[in-house]
Design a protein around this ligand. Sequence first.
Ligand code: NDP
Length: 274
Amino acid sequence: MSDLYAVIGNPIGFSKSPFIHGRFAEMTGQDIVYQAIEGEIGRFARRIDEFRAAGAKGLNITAPFKLDAFAYATEHSESAKLAGAANCLKFDGDTVSAQNFDGVGLVRDITVNLGVEMKGRRVLLLGAGGAARGAFLPFLRERPAELTLVNRTVAKAVALAEQATDGEPVTVCSYEELADRGGFDLVVNATSASLRAEMPPIPGAAFRGARLAYELAYGKGLTPFLRAAKQEAVPGLADGVGMLVEQAAEAFAWWRGVRPPTSGVIGELTIPLV
Ligand code: NDP
């Protein structure tokens, strides 16, 4: 019998995960069934109990259930703990292990797929929600010269920066203060502003000299953030489709012990940034 996996979210109809994991299974010869579950708010635990009772081996989690998934797990990776959220679970008897692969997926897309080194660079990370918290440690592991955190609610960025150890080059500032900080080599939009076609209020000067502007949202074409970067002549523009596929590959490797190739699937899902 095939091993059972799924993604849960609400809404889930537009999720690319069944397609991605289906392609991974084909390419690696793994025998899995991968479903999409429309979760009900307030019924996460009961639904996952049923899913496990049906013999499920693992689960991907998307909005708005990442905190529920974290609470449901019995063991948590360092990245899940820092994010306070899980985007992947593995089931083994009574043990439920939680991971958060969003950050490693993002770093892999930036450094491997897009070929932009973070080491020694000035990096600006916008947002301090789940995705930004997931990116924080993986970004620091790349040893940037400076990691600047900016969030609308500054206290959340301050709390995130407190997770850094002494000597790590993390600074926090407000959107207003960004005007005095000059340009960054890499600007990463981990806010959810683009989901409402809004722009995080960063000055054009932040893009000056940048090699890459990275938008975590995907499938939206040229968002206001990417449009602003284009106006400032940033040579590299990317949305989060590569991150999505890379975090899925991390999950697949964790569950199945084999890492699938990703470039073909990224190509199949890429929408031109126009
Ligand atoms: P959260 O809701 O956890 O956090 C939202 C963040 O955006 C907060 O920091 C919030 O600030 C900030 N924000 C919202 N609106 C604005 C605005 N108009 N101006 C400035 N800041 C704003 O969301 P997530 O972290 O889960 O998701 C963030 C983005 O990442 C989304 O676009 C999501 O689609 C994308 N994503 C992509 C993934 C991928 O695989 N490509 C995976 C996961 C997420 P405040 O704290 O002040 O409210």
